[in-house]
Design a protein around this ligand. Structure first.
Ligand code: HEC
Ligand code: HEC
Length: 466
C-alpha cells in the first residue's frame, strides 16, 4: 500500500468516525436510527458536539418541536380555561373544571356503556399515556410561570406545554406537621436559598434547617450543568437544579421529566413531579420504583434520577454524592415535616363531618366507599393504601407510537394519596388527566362503573372536600 492510499484511507476513516459520532450525539434527530442500526444499548454516548452547534440547531428546531406537540395536545384536550372560582387552592387559585378530554363522535354516557374491547377496537379511549414535550430528548421541563420567577430554569430547546390553569398554584402554601398552629408558613414566597433562613429560622431545629438549605441548593443535572452537553444558556442554570425547583415549596410546580428506570427511551414515561406533602405517612416512593424510605429517594434523586439513571453521564456532569448520615438525613427530616393542607370538612377518621358537608358531597362519599369502590385502594384517613396497583389501562388501546413515545402496557403504579388532591392538578403519574372531572371519567371507564352524570358530579364534590 502506498503512502497516498494510506492517507486516503485514514481520511475516509476519520470522515466515517465523525459522522458516526454526530449520529450518536444528537439523540433528538437520530435516537431511532441509532436503535435500528446498532444493537440497542442501555448507555447514552458520552461524546459531545460543540455547545454552539447544538444551541443553534436546537433553537432552529424549537418552533417545530413545540408546534408538533401542541397539535397532539389540542387533538386530545380542550385546553381553554374553565375554572370554579368558588373552589380554590389554599392561597386562592381557582381549580380547573373539566372534563377536558375530547371525544370522537360519542358522548360520555355512550362511552361508559362500551366494553374495553369495543373502546380499544374503535380507537375511542380519551386518556392515552401522555408523551414528553420532546420525548426522544426528554429531561426536566419547568412551567412558564416558574421560569418567570426563576429564569435560570429556561431551556433553549423546548418550553413547558400545559397551560397554567391546569397547574398547582404558584407558589404553593407550606404546612408543617410540627407547627399546625402557624398555618401557611411560606408567607406567599417561593422558598429559595435567598430567603429560606429568614422564613424558617426559629421555627425549625438546626438539623431541619440545614436539610432545607440542601433542598434549595442547586446541584448539576443532565440538562442543567456546566458541560457542553446542557440545555441552558443562562450561566446560573449551569449550576444545576435544586430539589425544590420541582418540589416547589415542598409541594410541586407541575415540572415534568421522564422516569429514569426504563429503557429504551421510547418506553420511558413522562412523569409529573409529585407533591412531597404527606410523605411522612407514605410507605412507597416513586410511582414504580417503590423505594422504601424518603432517605433512599433523596439519595437516589441525585445519584440517578438527575442523570436519567446513568452514572457514566453523572460522573462527567458533576455527580454529587450526599452523605447519608448527615446530609441525606437532614433533607429527609425536613421533607417528613411537610403536611397536607387542612381539610376542614373531614373528621378524625378522615370521613366527612355530616354537619359541615353538602348533600352532594355526602352522596359522593357514599359512592366513593360504595358503588365506586374507590376506597378499596384509597383508604382513609389519607386515601392511600400504601401499595401499587395495575389498573390494566392497556385494555383500552392498541400499542402504537405517538409523539415519539411507545404507548403500551404500563404495569403497577403507586396509589397516590388523595388528601389535598384539588391542589395538585394535573393527575396520574404523567399528568394526562387535567382536572378532577377527568379523573372521575377515567375511573368510570377503568372500573366499568357506568355512573350517571349526577353521580359523577357528586364524586367530584367529595374529591374537592378531601
Ligand atoms: C424534575 C424535577 C425534580 C427534581 C429536581 C427533584 N425531584 Fe423528586 N421527584 C420528581 C419526580 C418526577 C418524582 C416521581 C418519580 C417517579 O414516580 O418515578 C419525584 C419523586 C420524589 C420523591 C418520592 C415521592 C413520592 O410520592 O413517591 C421524593 C421523596 C423526592 N422526589 C425527593 C426529592 C429530593 C430530595 C430532591 C433533590 C435531591 C428531588 N426530589 C429533586 C421530580 C423532581
Ligand atoms: C385498584 C385500585 C384503585 C381503585 C379502585 C381506584 N384507584 Fe384511584 N388510583 C389508583 C392508582 C394506582 C393511582 C395512580 C395511577 C397512575 O398514576 O397511573 C390512582 C390515582 C387516582 C387519582 C389521581 C391521583 C394523583 O395524585 O394524580 C385520583 C383523583 C383517583 N385515583 C381517584 C379515584 C376514584 C375517584 C376512584 C373510584 C371511582 C378510584 N380512584 C379508584 C388506584 C385505584
Amino acid at each position: 500500500m502506498t503512502l497516498r492510499t494510506q492517507i486516503k484511507m485514514l481520511v475516509a476513516l476519520a470522515f466515517i468516525t465523525a459522522n458516526v459520532a454526530v449520529m450518536l450525539i444528537s439523540p433528538s434527530t437520530h435516537a431511532q436510527d441509532n436503535g435500528k442500526k446498532g444493537e440497542p444499548s442501555s448507555f447514552t454516548p458520552v461524546v459531545e458536539e460543540p455547545f454552539a452547534v447544538v444551541l443553534k440547531r436546537d433553537k432552529a428546531n424549537k418552533a417545530r418541536v413545540m408546534a408538533e406537540h401542541q397539535k397532539l395536545l389540542e387533538a386530545r384536550y380542550d385546553l381553554s380555561r374553565h375554572v370554579d372560582p368558588s373552589v380554590t387552592m389554599t392561597r386562592g387559585k381557582p381549580i380547573p373544571v373539566g372534563p377536558t378530554a375530547r371525544l370522537k363522535g360519542v358522548s360520555w354516557e355512550q362511552l361508559g356503556r362500551m366494553s374495553p374491547e369495543e373502546i380499544r377496537d374503535k380507537g375511542l379511549f380519551p386518556y392515552l399515556p401522555l408523551p414528553h414535550v420532546n420525548h426522544p430528548v426528554g429531561g426536566m421541563i419547568f412551567p412558564q410561570m416558574e421560569i418567570k420567577a426563576l429564569p435560570r430554569l429556561e431551556r433553549f430547546d423546548m418550553d413547558f406545554d400545559l397551560p397554567e390553569h391546569f397547574l398547582p398554584e404558584f407558589p404553593p402554601a407550606i404546612f408543617l406537621t410540627t407547627r399546625p398552629d402557624l398555618g401557611d408558613v411560606s408567607k406567599g414566597q417561593v422558598v429559595t436559598m435567598s430567603n429560606f433562613y429568614d422564613l424558617f429560622n426559629g421555627i425549625l431545629n438546626p438539623k431541619q434547617l440545614d436539610g432545607l438549605r440542601l433542598l434549595v441548593t442547586q446541584f448539576p443535572q443532565q440538562q442543567f450543568n456546566a458541560t457542553a452537553d446542557r440545555k441552558t444558556e443562562k450561566p446560573e442554570g449551569m449550576l444545576g437544579v435544586a430539589c425544590f425547583d420541582c418540589h416547589l415549596n415542598g409541594h410541586t410546580s407541575g415540572a415534568a421529566h421522564l422516569v429514569g428506570d426504563i429503557r429504551p427511551q421510547e418506553n420511558r414515561r413522562r412523569i409529573e413531579t409529585p407533591s412531597l406533602r404527606g410523605v411522612n405517612i407514605q410507605r412507597l416512593f416513586g410511582s414504580q420504583r417503590a423505594l422504601k424510605t424518603v432517605e433512599d429517594f433523596t439519595e437516589f434523586e441525585q445519584r440517578a434520577a438527575y442523570f436519567d439513571g446513568d452514572p457514566v453521564l453523572a460522573t462527567k456532569k458533576g455527580l454529587n454524592i450526599l452523605d447519608r448520615g448527615s446530609q441525606v438525613h437532614d433533607m429527609s427530616e425536613f421533607q417528613e415535616l411537610l403536611d397536607f393542607p387542612p381539610a376542614p370538612k373531614l373528621n378524625l377518621f378522615g370521613r366527612l363531618d355530616r354537619a359541615k358537608a353538602t348533600e352532594s358531597e355526602v352522596r359522593g362519599e357514599e359512592l366513593f366507599f360504595g358503588k365506586g369502590n374507590c376506597a378499596a385502594c384509597h383508604t382513609p384517613p389519607y386515601y392511600t393504601d400504601g401499595l401499587m396497583h395495575d389498573l390494566q389501562v392497556e385494555r383500552f388501546y392498541k400499542p402504537r407510537m405517538e409523539g415519539g413515545m411507545l404507548i403500551t402496557k404500563q404495569g403497577a403504579i403507586k396509589t397516590f394519596p388523595l388528601r389535598g388532591i384539588k391542589e395538585s392538578p394535573p393527575y396520574l403519574h404523567d399528568g394526562r388527566l387535567l382536572t378532577l372531572e377527568d379523573t372521575v371519567e377515567f375511573f368510570n371507564l377503568i372500573e366499568q362503573l357506568n355512573l350517571s352524570a349526577q353521580e359523577k358530579k357528586d364524586l367530584v364534590a367529595f374529591l374537592r372536600a378531601l
